[in-house]
Every structure is written in C-alpha cells, then in structure tokens.
Design a protein around this ligand. Structure first.
Ligand code: M6R
Length: 579
C-alpha cells in the first residue's frame, strides 16, 4: 500500500526520493509526489505511475525532502489527492500511510477555524493541525498533532523554516536509515538499502527528528533509545537483473530460498511450544493462509497435532475459544488483519509465534517468538518465493517435531524445485490463456496448493480461477464445466489417487479440457487428460513444492501470453496495511 520516504543530508534530496519511491512501487500505488525544501517549500505530485520526465522537467532543489506513493483509500486517485499535502500557509508538507479514523470530525473543526482544504483525503488534516500547533519547533508541533489523531499512521513532516524531517509512527511501519552525514526514513527497508545497512525500527508511539548528522527518538516527549540493526538484505536483492519480471526472478530464486530457510529454521527450542498446547491455530491472509493450510496437513498427518487455520480478517471479529499456540504467518509482517488477529490472540492469553520474512516488522514485536523465512525481499506483488519459504519453515517444524523424519527429503527440496524449471508448460498455457474460467483441484495438501494456484492465476492473468477440493466440484461447480472451462488437477500417488482418477473422468465427461499434474510414467492419467504435466517421482513433501512451482509458472506464462502487468497487477498492493 502507500509508501513513504524521507531524506535529509549532504546530497540533493529529490533524486534520492524518486529512486526511493521506485523501490516502493511494488507495494502498489496510483499516484505519487515529493516535496523538498529550498528557498520555498516545493511540491510536485501526480496521478499515475512515477515518470522520470515529470522530475526532469521540474527538478526540485534542496537537501531535505519527503516522498510518497499513494494507494487511494479516502478520495479518488488524482493529482490533488496525491501526497504530499500542505497547510494553508504552504509552510508545512506531510506524507502519510495509514488511516486517520477521526479525520472527518477534525476536518469540520479545522474548517470552522478557517482552514481551507483542497483534497478529499484523511491525511490533509495533519498539515493543518501542525500549522495550528507550530511555534517554530516542528517536532513539538508534530507531537501535539499526533496526540489528537485516532487511527494508524506512519508520517513524515517538513517545514520551510526547519532543518529536520520529523517522523511519527502508530500502527504503520516506519524505519530509519542511519547514513554518513545523511538520514533517511521509509515505510520499509527497500529504499534504504542503496544508502546504508544501519537501520532503526520505530515503535508505535515513537516520534523521531532527523537532521543530517543526528537523529533523536521521543516517546511521550521523553528521549528513548532504539537498537541500530544491520540489515541482512543487500541492494542487489531488490534489482530485477536479467529477468523480464521480478516474479520470474523470484520463482527462479526458490531453490536457494528453500535451501536457506530449511537450513536456518532448525531451532529446536520451538518444539516445546508445540508440545505444551492443546492445539495450533494459524492466522493469515491470502497466500500465507494457503501455506497455513498446508501446515495443517503436515502437522496433523505427521505429528497428530490438531491445527485450525483461520482467515485473519475473520478471526479478529469471531475469535474462537482457544488455548492454542497461535501462529501468525505473514511475509511482510505488516498485514493489518494478521496483526489484529495476533493481538486478539494475545488478549486471549494464547502463546504466539510469528512466521515472517521481514526483519524488524511489526509482527516480530507482537509475537512471543519468531521464525524467519529466508526469501529475501519479494518485490512482485504475487507471492512466490515467500510461499515456498513458508512451506520450508512448516516442513522443518514438522520435521523437528517428528524426530527429523523429513531430514533427507528436505535436503533434496531445492534440487526438486530446480527440475520444475526444465518442464515444458506450453500446452497447458495454450489451454488456459483463452479460458473464461479455470478450476484448480486437488485433495489433501494439494487442496491448498490448488487454492494457491487459482489465486496466482486470477491475480496476475485476470482470468477467473477457482481452487477446489476435487470432491467438491460435483456439489455445484459442475454446472460451470464447459469446453471453455479447463480444470487443472493434481493427481499423484497416495490414498486419493483412485478417487482423483474418477473425478477427472467425471469432469472430462462434462466437456472440461483437463490438465493433469502427475507422476512421470503414469500412463493411466496421461491417457485421460488433454495435457499431461509429468513430475519426477518424489515423496509427498517434495510434490507439494513442485506442484506449487508448476502453478506459479503456469500463471506467469499465461499472464505473459495475455500481456498483463505481471509484477503490479491492477488494484492490488503488496502489503495490505489497512483492514
Ligand atoms: O504479507 P502477508 O503474507 O501477510 O500478505 C498476505 C496476503 O496479502 C498475500 O499473501 C497475498 O495474498 C499475495 N501477495 C498474493 O499473491
């Protein structure tokens, strides 16, 4: 969702801000803008995608500034609603992520006191409030302002007659970059990597003042110290390299990501966590939810530990009466629904564990314990390597809980993923690309893999796609089966093989073109499907990985054939930081 970046230091701010905004593009946005301080406060903002021509024709001077990519919540995407927003005197500029819940009331009060509003945004109340509170000290004015805000914010403010960037955080991420003669602030680490590896994660309630050589953090007006951490990602990790899309690059990184995550997620101290509780509840959204569903099959099947998997957006409002270990799964560590669910679990005195990909993210501060996935920064909006990394964590947890019975299998996972890259999915893509609807079906752990396959397909190709447990199709969706409705079915050895073969025949009999993902040499399956995708013979855990990667590639090449904007699908944001 929105991204913010701020800079103060020895260099010109504008080019750094623009570069920073480009790094934040992956979060999703519909407009952008920057403000710098020179002789005057200069603001440039536009609807649409960041374009160099805008900045080349209007180079904004100044060594201090703030920038923003906006994902519209209050007010349509247009030039006026884009950030930064300014006060009546054009002395103060603000960028903001989050939602000011009491903005309507504040706006009425400010209007009654003579303030003039230009935009429809909730954010615009902030510069006007700062204007009222400003008596020559921007830090103090921001402190007084945030005291009346309800809701979530990561905000940056600058003033024409102040040398500092002021940053404030409440329920929306904000990280400082500590440079040499320069300071930065951003909504996540990606814009900072080019400039420094030293970062400070702000906590809710923190207000920071940044000047070129110094930063200070206050909480309730009192200076506090936050640890300076060294980022374990490098700038190369956020570059696309020779790949056409980040998504493809990230798919190809999966062997390494799986290997690294399995290698590092070996802390046996988590074992007692799982043994002390009556059961495990996973809370997550989207792809992370699907990974949680796979975890359920692993933990129940291998370790006889009962697992429930809840959509975080539901769990918060309909919290079940549990005493479980609650596991929050979130790539970004910032998904609002997942954080809210985790807070709710804590309020119910449940023990909590986070599985996340992002150092310093909010989820790591809420959960009692954290296991990190080692996916590196994921820039493509469609989750790929983060899903595989989550599977790696869950497989390793099941392995640790079951006397390491998966050790040998896990040591081969990365090789098996690499083999998928050699497969030819051309015929399957041809069958899918003109479809009006595609079903993905599987049973057992392949049911969540099918859900994830459908999610990938719909989000990047825009073809409607449904994931189903194969047995459910005849309870309604069969009505939709036609020669224009391909079904992609996972049918590999195991106790559901025979019933899957029957299901495939039933679907075929209703005219649906069938893509069968099965084990190589399976002539029975090959004969009944239209397109057969053979996987090397392998144990169940490996097949979960390989089928997932097949679906990622199938979606990717289908979307490419349709010339979709693969890395930034319409209307989507990488990290959903509002409920
Ligand atoms: O950062 P999170 O894992 O909490 O994100 C949850 C979902 O928004 C995310 O998995 C989303 O479904 C994927 N990007 C879709 O590919």
């Amino acid at each position: 969702m929105c991204g913010i970046v701020g800079y103060v230091g020895r260099r010109e701010a504008a080019p750094l801000l623009v570069q920073g905004l480009r790094r934040l593009e992956y979060r999703g946005y519909d407009s952008f803008g920057i403000a710098t301080r020179d002789k005057d406060l200069l603001v440039l903002k536009h609807k649409g995608k960041i374009s160099d021509t805008v900045f080349v024709s209007n180079p904004l001077p100044g060594g201090l500034g703030i920038g923003h990519t906006r994902w519209a919540t209050h007010g349509v995407p247009n030039d006026v609603n884009a950030h930064p927003h300014v006060d009546c005197t054009h002395n103060i500029a603000v960028v903001h992520n989050g939602v000011i819940e009491n903005y309507s009331e504040l706006r009425k009060q400010l209007t009654a006191r003579g303030h003039h509003f230009s935009s429809q945004t909730d954010t615009e109340v902030i510069p006007h409030l700062i204007e009222e509170n400003y008596e020559g000290d921007l830090l103090e004015a921001v402190r007084r302002t945030v005291a009346v805000l309800h809701g979530s914010y990561a905000l940056l403010a600058i003033a024409q007659d102040d040398d500092r960037v002021i940053a404030a955080r409440e329920k929306s991420p904000l990280v400082l970059g500590i440079g040499d003669g320069e300071m930065l602030a951003a909504s996540d680490m990606t814009p900072l990597l080019e400039h420094t590896e030293r970062v400070v994660f702000l906590e809710d309630g923190d207000i920071a003042s940044l000047s070129a050589d110094h930063y200070e953090i206050l909480r309730a007006g009192i200076p506090v110290t936050r640890p300076v951490e060294i980022v374990d990602w490098g700038v190369e990790d956020v570059k696309k390299g020779a790949f056409e899309h980040y998504m493809l690059k990230e798919i190809y990184e999966q062997p390494q990501v799986f290997y690294e995550t399995v290698r590092t997620a070996t802390d046996e101290s988590i074992v007692p966590l799982f043994k002390k509780v009556p059961g495990v509840t996973v809370v997550a959204c989207g792809t992370s939810y699907h990974a949680g569903l796979v975890f359920k099959y692993l933990l129940e099947g291998m370790c006889s530990i009962p697992v429930r998997v809840e959509l975080a957006s539901e769990f918060k409002y309909f919290t079940p009466p549990i005493r479980d270990l609650v596991v929050a799964v979130t790539q970004s560590g910032e998904t609002a629904d997942t954080l809210a669910a985790l807070r709710k679990a804590k309020a119910h005195n449940c023990m909590t564990l986070a599985v996340t990909n992002v150092q310093g993210s909010t989820v790591t501060r809420i959960a009692d314990q954290t296991i990190f996935t080692r996916a590196g920064p994921e820039i493509g909006v469609a989750a790929t390597k983060s899903f595989t990394a989550q599977l790696a964590v869950f497989m390793q947890v099941a392995n640790l809980l079951c006397d390491r019975e998966l050790d040998e299998v896990l040591s081969r996972g990365h090789l098996a993923i690499s083999e998928v890259f050699l497969m030819d999915l051309g015929k399957a893509v041809t069958l899918c690309k003109d479809a009006g609807l595609i079903f993905f079906v599987g049973r057992g752990p392949f049911y969540p893999v099918a859900l994830e396959g459908a999610l990938k397909m719909k989000e990047i190709s825009y073809i409607p796609a449904e994931g189903y447990a194969a047995g459910e199709l005849k309870h309604g969706p069969f009505a939709l089966l036609t020669p224009e409705t391909p079904v992609v079915a996972i049918c590999t050895p195991g106790n559901t093989y025979d019933v899957m073969i029957s299901n495939i025949k039933e679907m075929k009999a209703r005219g649906a073109p069938m893509v069968g993902i099965g084990e190589e040499g399976d002539s029975e399956l090959e004969e009944i499907v239209d397109v057969f995708v053979p996987l090397p013979r392998s144990p169940l855990a490996i097949r979960i990985l390989t089928t997932s990667v097949v679906f990622q590639l199938l979606s990717y090449y289908t979307a490419k054939a349709l010339e979709r904007e693969i890395d930034k699908p319409r209307n989507l944001a990488k990290s959903v930081t509002v409920e």
